[in-house]
Design a protein around this ligand. Structure first.
Ligand code: PBG
Length: 331
């Protein structure tokens, strides 16, 4: 490939890096505002937004400020919003009943946001019990305290129905229970919600980087999630989860976290013919913000570099807490 003529290099890749215009022309990856989806937290019973200390710049929204954040995201060109509901502490119980209450905070928030944005912004919801259970697990527990897969599936089917009744466009099952996509698809179809799509958290790892999320949803998890989320040591297992989710009817698939799992993302993206999302999670956000606050990295460059890397690895859509800010910068 590279021939050397005399003392001169025969090939000079630097020629294509000489100016901003040249670099722009030859860029292989281009971020677009429409690639981005904003995850957002809404908390019941508050009248002003509550800052999340481990995620500077991110808040638990009131119903009102959530509506405003949705409109801002839409105006910035973001394509979707992923909603997480934070119920009042007193409403958390072992079965996570607030998650299936038609007037529960998540359902209320879905209706609020839909009323504000109609079909112009894709409204998505986290379909998982951990925000609503007092023990903080993603499912219900059996007598021995183990997360009961099949009993949890029944709860997920109910959640799918109430979220769809509230008007969600896309449900995002994130609990990593076996069979969750199939049960949710059935529940949606049986209740007349055949147009509601499923964004499956396909490869979701038991990650330390979810740390700040616990504060964001006010959860005090007892134990860990290692019996249902994937082991960071495994890659091939993601392809098994992927095959199952597709067979069960997933419309879109997701890899999570993003940056520490770009290899998984690339494998998944290569293997599928459905859209692929990646979730840049709370701890990824916190790392960059913390380093930037200390003056150790250039915040804006670091944000755009992480997003570009995730897209380059194969994501069509990126869930990121910087969605609105990054979309504005891209415009
Ligand atoms: C589960 C869920 C979690 C996140 C999204 N959905 C927490 C977990 O699995 O432990 C994490 C998102 C983030 O850390 O930004 N409901």
């Amino acid at each position: 490939m590279s021939t050397t003529y005399g003392t001169f290099p025969g090939s000079r890749p630097r020629r294509l890096r000489t100016t901003p215009a040249m670099r722009r022309m030859v860029a292989e990856t281009r971020l677009h505002p429409a690639d981005l989806i904003l995850p957002a937290f809404v908390r019941e019973g508050i009248s002003t937004p509550v800052p999340i200390s481990a995620m500077p710049g991110v808040v638990q929204h009131t119903r009102d400020t959530l509506r405003k954040a949705a409109v801002e995201a839409l105006e910035a060109g973001v394509s979707g919003i992923m909603l997480f509901g934070v119920p009042e502490d007193a409403k958390k119980d072992a079965a996570g009943t607030a998650g299936t209450d038609p007037d529960g905070i998540l359902q209320v928030a879905i209706r609020d946001v839909r009323a504000e944005v109609g079909d112009d912004l894709i409204v998505m919801s986290d379909l998982c019990l951990d925000e609503f259970t007092d023990h903080g697990h993603c499912g219900v527990l059996d007598a021995s305290g183990r997360v009961d897969n099949d009993a949890t599936l029944e709860r997920y089917a109910e959640m799918a129905q109430v979220q769809a009744d509230a008007g969600v466009h896309v449900v995002g099952p994130s609990g990593m229970m076996d069979g969750q996509v199939g049960v949710i698809r059935d529940a949606l179809d049986q209740t007349g919600h055949e147009d509601v799509s499923v964004l499956a958290y396909t490869a979701k790892y038991a990650s330390a980087f979810y740390g700040p999320f616990r504060e964001a949803v006010g959860s005090s998890l007892q134990g860990d999630r290692k019996t249902y989320q994937q082991d960071p040591a495994n890659a091939r297992e993601s392809l098994r989860e992927l095959a199952l989710d597709l067979a069960e009817g997933a419309d879109m698939v997701m890899v999570k976290p993003a940056l520490p799992y770009l290899d998984i993302l690339a494998k998944v993206a290569e293997a599928v013919d459905v859209p692929v999302a990646a979730y840049q999670i709370s701890g990824e956000y916190a790392m960059v913000e913390a380093a930037a606050a200390n003056g150790w990295i250039d915040r804006d460059r670091a944000i755009m570099e992480t997003l570009t890397s995730v897209k380059r690895a194969g994501a069509n859509m990126i869930l990121t807490y910087w969605a609105t800010e990054a979309a504005r910068r891209l415009r």
